[in-house]
Design a protein. Structure first.
Length: 329
């Protein structure tokens, strides 16, 4: 009987061990999005580049990927798109390290504040892997170039939408994608600088959306609940404007607010056409993707004299939607 019990305990322990390992492997896989990497396919291309995005299914980053992949196909480049499932700086840095270890020919990545990012850029450069920051820059690193918006200037433009299109005292609620993101902080700094010359405009509150529509809707609701006298709302990241509209339509559909958003996602453009969003600060993510590929190709042979490649940024309203090119689609 004792022998039988021992065998049973051993069997159960073995099963438990196998199940535990399976669960760990499953959730480890779910932590990241990494394309199926066919090394034989990569060998048939001129270069193997990696695009490391903020999170997998973010519509803005998918547009960057779309532009980058189109340029990569035209230039015979093998491009991997990798990202955390959800925005997470630690996970993004792990992916960065993996791509360096994979010895790719170039890396495009969102800049992250902190020594770990700077150290990994240095590690890549030591291994002759050029690194480009996209969307968010880290000038203190050894990155070879930045491709994207001048985020400080974009914040100034966001302030100008309110200065130019409103009258009287304005109490503004601001929704930021992530309070610790460099690009968001730069946009906020630009916004604050611009309204210094417009004392009738004051910031009532700032909330975080975690770069989700639901988070932006919740942030807008919290600002309105705490400051019912607000007259304007500004979304500082791509999904914030959309979430703000959806949130306010639920909690205060009759409340008149001047709403400014960022980016020109198709849903944002539709809200502008309908009059739900008054203005958006245009960024051209597909152009960012294309430019980053061209820049990495150049960096295979030489460094750049001009290492900041700012993509056009402007204020888009219902009155000038025709200015948009097909790049946003």
């Amino acid at each position: 009987m004792n022998v039988y019990r021992k065998r049973l305990i051993f069997l159960l322990a073995t099963i438990l061990f196998i199940v535990s390992c399976s669960v760990m492997l499953y959730f480890g896989y779910k932590t990241f999005y990494i394309e199926e990497n066919n090394n034989n396919a990569a060998d048939n291309y001129r270069y193997h580049f990696a695009l490391i995005a903020e999170e997998t299914e973010n519509a803005y980053w998918r547009l960057i990927e779309d532009g980058a992949k189109k340029a990569a196909r035209e230039k015979e480049i093998y491009l991997e798109y990798v990202a955390p499932k959800k925005a997470d700086n630690d996970q993004l840095l792990v992916l960065f390290d993996r791509m360096i270890a994979a010895k790719v020919d170039g890396i495009i990545i969102q800049g992250i504040e902190g020594n770990r990012f700077v150290d990994l850029v240095h590690k890549a450069i030591e291994r002759n892997i050029p690194v480009i920051t996209i969307d968010t820059d880290v000038k203190s690193s050894e990155r070879k170039a930045y491709v994207g918006t001048d985020n400080y200037y974009a914040g100034q433009l966001a302030a100008q939408t309110i200065i130019q299109h409103t009258q009287g005292e304005q109490r503004v609620g601001i929704v930021m994608g992530r309070l610790d993101a460099i690009n968001q902080k730069e946009r906020l700094a630009g916004f604050k600088e611009e309204i210094k010359n417009a004392p009738r405009i004051e910031i009532a509150d700032i909330k975080e959306s975690q770069i989700t529509k639901i988070g932006a809707a919740q942030a807008a609701y919290e600002i309105y609940k705490q400051h019912p006298s607000i007259t304007a709302l500004v979304g500082m990241s791509a999904l914030d404007g959309i979430g703000i509209v959806q949130g306010m339509q639920e909690v205060a559909p009759e409340k008149e607010l001047y709403i400014t958003s960022f980016d020109i996602l198709p849903e944002t453009v539709e809200y502008i056409k309908q009059g739900d969003i008054d203005a958006t600060i245009s960024q051209y993510p597909k152009q960012m993707g294309r430019t980053s590929i061209d820049t990495l190709i150049t960096l295979q042979n030489k460094d750049l004299l001009k290492n900041e490649k700012f993509i056009d940024t402007s204020i888009i309203t219902k009155g000038n939607l025709e200015k948009l090119s097909g790049d946003w689609k």
